[in-house]
Design a protein around this ligand. Structure first.
Ligand code: NI
Length: 262
């Protein structure tokens, strides 16, 4: 129904409105079936790009950034996201929170999701169970002090955590479904190309706001995919849109794809 209303509004803007016209309840039935029902005279008025955006199903994708916050690169990324109306998710390292609390408050205020990437970026796969709990908890405390209460979903460093240790995690855990290896490439064009080649609606894309080349790549990826009708949402929003309720201690590559734990 939303699409129908959008189409009608777009159509209404293009039609001359007689002065003092009596309000008439719009007949939406002709639009309900989709693009084939748009009257020819209106089709003729719309440029192809506008028409494509009107008739396409929305495509949602989540950009995620690990290993920050870092004052220069993360700040520049937030500027770029704001300019583009794009939301993202940041899995931050606890050690890097002191002195960067303002960046975290900005993330929250500007509609981004903040997640936990442990306190000191440890490998959780073989860590002592006490260390797992402490690494998660220490970061959580710092996050709460900076931005207030919340559920800070975990991205295990390197995406690695075993089944036994996952039971100690009381939030959902987020892996990824697109990994351009930006930390290794350190090349904007190659990172953009790798993401554009792989991306599909519903994907969770892994990047690192720690690197300037990754920030450049992210902004170009947003520009290009927005032109293709993609909208950038947080991971939490992606789950909501897909109607999936994430479970604590489960590792998700996408809302519709659980990653097995060893
Ligand atoms: Ni990391």
């Amino acid at each position: 129904m939303k699409k129908s209303i959008a189409l009608l509004l777009a159509a209404a803007c293009l039609l001359p409105v007689p002065a003092c016209a009596q309000p008439v309840e719009p007949d939406l039935t002709g639009y309900a079936a989709g693009p084939a029902e748009i009257p020819k005279e209106i089709l003729g008025e719309l440029d192809p790009d506008t028409l494509e955006n009107l008739v396409e199903e929305p495509k949602y994708v989540a950009l995620t950034f690990d290993d920050g916050p870092r004052a220069d690169t993360t700040g520049r990324l937030l500027d770029g996201l704001l300019e583009r109306g794009a939301a993202a998710t940041f899995f931050v390292i606890g050690e890097q929170i002191p002195c960067n609390e303002e960046l975290l408050r900005r993330m929250k205020a500007e509609g981004h999701q903040i997640g936990n990437h442990t306190y000191s970026h440890v490998r959780l796969l073989k860590a002592d169970k006490d260390d797992v709990v402490e690494e998660v908890h220490k970061s959580e405390t710092l996050l709460q002090e900076a931005v207030g209460e919340g559920s800070f979903w975990l991205r295990p460093p390197y995406g690695l955590i075993g089944g036994e240790r996952a039971k100690l995690v009381h939030t959902p855990m987020i892996y990824w479904s697109v990994d351009p290896q930006d930390w290794k490439l350190l090349d904007k064009d190659k990172v953009v190309a790798a993401v554009l080649e792989a991306v599909e609606p519903g994907d969770i894309i892994l990047l690192h706001d720690f690197y300037s080349t990754s920030v450049d790549a992210a902004l170009e990826i947003i520009d290009k995919l927005q032109q293709e009708g993609y909208a950038f949402v947080t991971v939490e929003e992606l789950f909501r849109i897909q109607g999936v309720t994430p479970q604590a201690g489960t590792l998700y590559a996408r809302p519709d794809r659980v990653r097995g734990l060893s």
